[in-house]
Design a protein around this ligand. Structure first.
Ligand code: ASP
Length: 303
């Protein structure tokens, strides 16, 4: 099953030489599949679930996507689900789907860094590789396949704004596998875990708790946090400096949030590493974006 959600993989530009001035989420998922002749012999179904630039991914689309993936996975004739997605928030969607579905069949997200109209579009090869992963024996869980590398949905992070191999895994982890000429070479175990179930995700975005990420930085100012607290913030993830520290200007507003019963979780804004010695911090080894999802899920489960 191939589900299309948009992204640069479905992007179109007026000129084949233009790799940045394109419109994401333009080409249909059926066209993406039929642009890869090597997929013609496979039993594939394609469905357009959304058509957006993944910078605009939203909670309602996540709720719809998770439910639709669950429905397809429950079909005995479906071996796996491939999701075409933008690279910008791919790691967030992958993290959410793994936590909610923890599927025993493969759910493979794929993307591209060049639009479908580019002279050297990377989408067709990535889609072909994603189908190869979904077909391979024993694969399970939510993974992402980009530039021949297979990443855990719980670990991947977009780490480059332009390169075709734009992803890495954190903290300090590598790919789970590589795809070489359609053949999978695996290094580590597939993602596993307990599924929270799609029922935890409200279909209506208005029913999701408001959880923000705030980075500590030189010259940090308390006013943003005070404004968020007054406006009804429900949870905060701090992207802290280094090993989990924050500018002293944020200490009082963070305390005020905690006193008001708003959970505040610490992560590091460093691209790699975890907060060492912070085992009591629930998100010490997560990226700020994954932590935001984890905290959102924790708040949703409390309802
Ligand atoms: N802005 C695009 C998106 O995330 C970028 C991409 O797909 O590479 O949809």
């Amino acid at each position: 099953m191939i589900l299309g959600t948009g992204g640069t993989i479905a992007g179109a530009s007026a000129r084949a030489t233009d790799n940045v001035g394109y419109r994401a989420g333009t080409v249909s998922v059926e066209s993406l599949v039929s642009a890869v002749p090597a997929l013609a012999s496979k039993r594939l179904e394609a469905e357009q679930l959304a058509q957006l630039d993944s910078k605009d991914m939203d909670h309602a689309t996540w709720a719809r996507l998770a439910r639709r993936v669950r429905e397809h996975l429950d079909r005995p004739d479906v071996r796996g689900v491939v999701i075409t997605h933008g690279t910008d928030t791919l790691e967030e969607t992958a993290y959410l789907l793994q936590r909610v579905l923890a599927p025993t069949k493969p759910v493979v997200l794929t993307a591209a860094m060049r639009p479908a109209t580019a002279m050297q579009a990377d989408g067709p090869q990535n889609l072909l590789d994603a189908v190869a992963v979904a077909e391979a024996e024993g694969v399970q869980g939510v993974v992402a396949v980009v530039a021949g590398q297979v990443w855990s949905g719980l670990e991947l992070r977009k780490s480059h704004s332009y390169r075709l191999d734009a992803f890495e895994a954190g903290p300090d982890a590598g790919p789970l596998a590589v795809v070489e000429e359609g053949v999978l070479r695996r290094f580590r175990d597939w993602p596993r875990g307990e599924a929270l179930d799609v029922s935890v995700l409200p279909p209506d975005a208005a029913d999701w708790p408001w959880v923000e990420v705030l980075a500590s930085h030189a010259g940090a100012d308390a006013r943003a946090l005070d404004a968020w607290r007054s406006a009804g913030l429900k949870g905060l993830v701090l992207a802290c400096t280094g090993n989990g520290t924050m500018n002293q200007a944020l200490e009082a507003p963070v305390r005020a949030l905690k006193d008001a019963g708003v959970p505040v979780w610490r992560t590091t804004r460093c691209a790699q590493g975890a907060i060492v010695g912070a085992d009591d911090e629930p998100a010490s080894a997560l990226s700020p974006w994954a932590a935001r999802i984890e905290l959102t899920l924790a708040l949703l489960r409390k309802r």
